[in-house]
Design a protein around this ligand. Structure first.
Ligand code: F6R
Length: 614
């Protein structure tokens, strides 16, 4: 998504704003811009550039514009192409105030029409420009600046976080937050503003997260905070520690590769952390032990890779804790009929803890007063703050847009939780619980070792060959089906190769027509003998149509491997952890294909790491 960064204080701000934007570039990288007030006469100065942040930073380096109050932006296009004109900041007619924004103003169309009729001239296709023009109009029609701002925030619909600076208010930065994240880092005589505190972690660890539906007036050394009716709110400052080490590639060619290799350790750290909170787990999750024992159903929401982890976890909760579990895509969940059931638990799975669709699903369930928990990787995220309880995965910061270690730690955490729930319900013993932790460590070991086993073959032979295919099919059954979906998603997002995923048993109901020798079929096996035999049968159906097959199989599954044009064989693990064991090699293989194709792997086109619009 877009990122906004701002600074007000006693130093020139251009360097900090650029550094901050660089750290948040994972959120969007279609275009970028910077604006500041000229220290001599408070004139608004700005520069925008199409494309990656480097373009803006090159231009800024050759320019003298700088100031003590400034804002910056990287864009992930929602309204209008990624052109320089659509890049933020945007301005009012007189170019006296400027705005950078993350989110979507949903009533932008109607507001634009009204403003055009009133004589405002627009220069971009964005919803953001509306904010600047509407603010301009309201400043004229209201007696005080604050009254204009209150009307502005209430006229805008949707989810938005924006920062504005104005020539007429040279000592103040204006911040507004509704549903999209925004925070302030408090320094000594200076304030840092950003969509994500990562932008300023090196400067200060004192952070104010703007509450939902609030606005702030920020000066060098003071903050005023108000709700949307103009009532003053208390300033709650938190001290935050963030691991900045994640920002080194440590010799790897991409963050994604580094993160693939960090998985074994991240899984083991996640288990250690869960062991530590084991005895207080229910209070951590915001429910009582009695509630856990009586739990009759679970509902999980998530998006993308997190949704795949949730789909895999459905098998954990149903098989281990014998608890019926539904999994919904967060973006669909909110618009479906909702049947609240008592004794149920709602789990939101999200790496970032900021994904708008998932966060809105949490808010929806919170409003109905049913218990929500967030399984997330970011302790300071909105989901942690807004859910009744939370479980933190210990993946460390994930920089590459394509999720790897967040996925495997989500699986580990959810597997652990299913076992812990089974223990509480008296379904398994403490000894079995301990064994389940061992099983996770074994699967993590296989995850890493299998990369080592096959790495040279993949790099030297297979990557080039498979990079030449234009389309692919992925198949799985039971728990290996959501894993196959995840594999297909990984390939699509980083290599741009078309990948379609089906439950293997569905093939003969239509997709079989797609099979030919030009479309490799990736088959993910299962250790259960019955499911395995069905997978073998489905693979035979593909071979009988001259299909090209790549299998991910387990030791002893010779019949399947013999059918394959290429096979990878994994040691046997707890059958529910088969997908976890295969995760590393699957990611490594698609990574090498994308590398062969010369894709910008860490920042694939059109994508962003943190999706804070619905
Ligand atoms: C794919 C990927 C996305 C995210 C999705 C949800 O590699 O990373 O599909 O999984 O956007 O994000 P989170 O987990 O932050 O809610």
């Amino acid at each position: 998504m877009c990122s906004v960064v701002g600074y007000i204080g006693n130093r020139y701000c251009k360097k900090f704003v650029l550094e901050g934007l660089r750290r948040l570039e994972y959120r969007g990288y279609d275009s970028a811009g910077f604006a500041c007030l000229n220290p001599e006469d408070n004139r608004l100065l700005y520069l925008k550039a199409e494309g990656k942040l480097d373009n803006l930073s090159d231009e800024l380096e050759n320019s003298s514009i700088d100031g003590f109050l400034g804002i910056g932006h990287t864009r992930w296009a929602t309204h209008g192409l990624s052109t320089e004109q659509n890049a933020h900041p945007h301005f009012d007619c007189q170019k006296k105030l400027s705005v950078v924004h993350n989110g979507i103003v949903e009533n932008h169309h109607e507001l634009r029409q009204q403003l055009v009729q009133a004589g405002h001239v627009f220069h971009s296709e964005t919803d953001t420009e509306i904010i600047a023009h509407l603010f301009e109009a309201l400043l004229i029609s209201h007696k005080t600046f604050k009254a204009a701002l209150i009307e502005l925030v209430n006229r805008l619909e949707g989810a938005f976080a924006f920062v504005s600076i104005m020539q007429d208010l040279p000592d103040t930065m204006i911040l507004v937050r509704k549903r999209s994240p925004l925070c302030i880092g408090i320094g000594d005589g200076q304030m840092f503003v950003a969509s994500d505190l990562l932008a300023f972690v090196k400067k200060t660890n004192k952070v104010l997260f703007l509450p939902d539906k609030s606005f702030a007036l920020v000066r060098n050394d003071m903050i005023e905070l108000y709700d949307f009716s103009g009532k003053a709110l208390p300033i709650v400052i938190q001290e935050i520690d963030v691991d900045i080490d994640a920002h080194e590639k440590k010799g790897h060619s991409h963050y994604m590769l580094k993160e693939i290799y960090e998985q074994k350790n991240a899984i083991s750290e996640t288990i250690d952390f869960l062991k530590k909170i084991d005895s207080q787990i229910w209070s951590h999750l915001g429910i009582s032990s009695e509630y856990a024992k009586e739990l009759e159903s679970i509902s999980i929401v998530g998006c993308g890779t997190s949704w795949h982890a949730a789909r895999i976890a459905q098998f954990f909760f149903e098989t281990i804790a014998l608890t019926p579990t539904k999994v919904n895509l967060a973006s669909e969940f909110r618009y479906m009929n909702f049947f609240p059931s008592k004794n149920s638990l709602y789990i939101a799975v999200s790496q970032s803890g900021e994904t708008a669709d998932t966060l809105e699903a949490v808010r929806f369930v919170n409003d109905i007063k049913l218990p929500t928990i967030a399984v997330t990787n970011v302790a300071s995220s909105s989901m942690v703050r807004e859910s009744d309880g939370f479980l933190l995965t210990q993946a460390g910061q994930e920089i590459a847009v394509a999720s790897t270690k967040a996925f495997s730690t989500q699986i580990a955490a959810l597997f652990w939780l299913a076992n812990r729930l089974a223990l509480e319900k008296g379904i398994i013993t403490r000894k079995q619980m301990d064994l389940s932790q061992e099983d996770l460590l074994v699967a993590a070991e296989v995850l890493e070792n299998s990369i080592e086993n096959y790495k040279f073959d993949i790099i030297q032979r297979h990557a080039k060959k498979y990079a030449a295919y234009k389309k692919t099919i992925f198949l799985g059954r039971n728990i290996s089906y959501p894993f196959a979906m995840e594999a297909a998603l990984k390939l699509k997002e980083i290599s741009y190769v078309f990948a379609q995923c089906y439950p293997a048993g569905e093939l003969k109901h239509g997709p079989l027509a797609l099979i030919d020798s030009e479309t490799p079929v990736f088959v993910f096996s299962h250790q259960d003998p019955l499911l395995y035999s069905k997978i073998v049968a489905n693979t035979q159906e593909v071979k009988a149509r001259d299909g090209h097959v790549v299998v991910f199989a387990f030791e002893g599954q010779d019949e399947l491997c013999e059918l394959a044009d290429l096979s990878f064989v994994f040691p046997r693990v707890n059958p529910l952890l088969g997908p976890l064991a295969m995760t590393g090699l699957m990611q490594f293989f698609v990574y090498q294909i994308a590398k062969e194709l010369g894709r910008p792997i860490d920042k694939p086109r059109n994508l962003a790491k943190s999706v804070t619009v619905e």
